[in-house]
Design a protein around this ligand. Structure first.
Ligand SMILES: [Zn+2]
Length: 297
């Protein structure tokens, strides 16, 4: 039994996770984003007394060299060695994991990746993210950013479209992340057609064959499919489960899959990119798996 947390910029959710990886919720509270002591106290309160290990999935990157977080939407925790600080405070083992990595570990172990040696799990939500699991183990990378396919230059080489170049949250101009998620799809539609619409409306118009939306989705698939094809060529995964808000549209994921398979070196006769659920439950299970697999022997 471990205590698992899923922490985002608006709420902290906690659950007990048993050996069978079923999560039973303990509670949830708003995230204190300005006061680090209150943030740690909220986690301690939800964990309660006891000595079960604590696994945390958080919307930030954890540097494997010193455990320090880079987390834009929880400013008080940015730059902090959260696992070490909680261990000192609570006297129990704590492991903190990036939320895309937690999703990937859960998906590879108990989801669509189960039984596959090589799983590249992708998030297409507000922005984009991803993580790689090989033979059941997360690939962390030297700096903790392995699998972050959204942070490199966006290109539209098939359609030749002129893309808007916007500075990304990571500091670089024109990242795939600025066009690949729901906000990016909306930005691209505004740029190409001068129409202000939210992502569900754009996708509905695309599925009805509306010409402006068809053009936007063609460019979107060029950008996202091209970037994913690059990553697939490097990792050559068995399966690419895709979760996040946009993955709730199966036609979009099928179109991404067709684009990626047409643009990768390796030939595949069956679907590579498949839609899945990336809700808080996956974060909790991934965090629980991580703290379990890093247990001292
Ligand atoms: Zn970026």
């Amino acid at each position: 039994m471990v205590i698992a947390f899923d922490i985002g910029g608006t709420k902290i959710a906690a659950a007990r996770v048993g050996a069978d990886m079923t999560a039973s919720e303990i509670g949830r509270v708003p995230t204190p984003i300005r006061d680090y002591d209150a943030f740690c106290a909220a986690i301690a309160d939800l964990a309660g007394p006891g000595d079960e290990p604590i696994g945390i999935s958080i919307a930030g990157v954890v540097d494997p060299r010193d455990g320090r977080l880079t987390v834009a939407n929880i400013p008080c925790a940015d730059g902090r060695p959260l696992a070490g600080d909680l261990e000192a405070r609570l006297g129990r083992r704590v492991r903190v994991l990036n939320d895309a990595k937690a999703f990937a570990l859960a998906e590879a172990t108990t989801g669509l990746g189960k039984g596959h040696a090589s799983v590249f799990a992708v998030i297409v939500g507000t922005g984009v993210g991803g993580a790689f699991v090989l033979n059941g183990r997360l690939v962390m990378g030297a700096t903790g950013s392995a699998g972050e396919w959204g942070h490199g230059p966006a290109a539209a080489t098939r359609t030749g479209a002129a893309l808007p170049i916007v500075r990304c949250g990571c500091g670089q101009p024109g990242c795939v992340d600025t066009l690949g998620g729901a906000r990016g799809l909306e930005r691209l539609h505004r740029h190409l057609s001068d129409i202000e619409a939210d992502s569900p409306a754009i996708l509905a118009a695309w599925q009805q064959g509306e010409p402006d939306a068809v053009r936007t989705l063609d460019v979107y698939l060029d950008v996202v499919g091209g970037a994913l094809a690059n990553t697939v060529n490097i990792l050559d995964p068995d399966i690419v489960p895709i979760g996040g808000g946009l993955a709730r549209n199966p036609a979009l994921i099928a179109a991404i899959d067709a684009e990626v398979r047409a643009r990768t070196l390796g030939r595949r006769a069956t679907a590579l990119c498949v839609p899945t659920e990336a809700g808080p439950e996956k974060g909790l299970v991934g965090a629980a798996l991580h703290v379990s697999e890093t247990a001292p022997s």
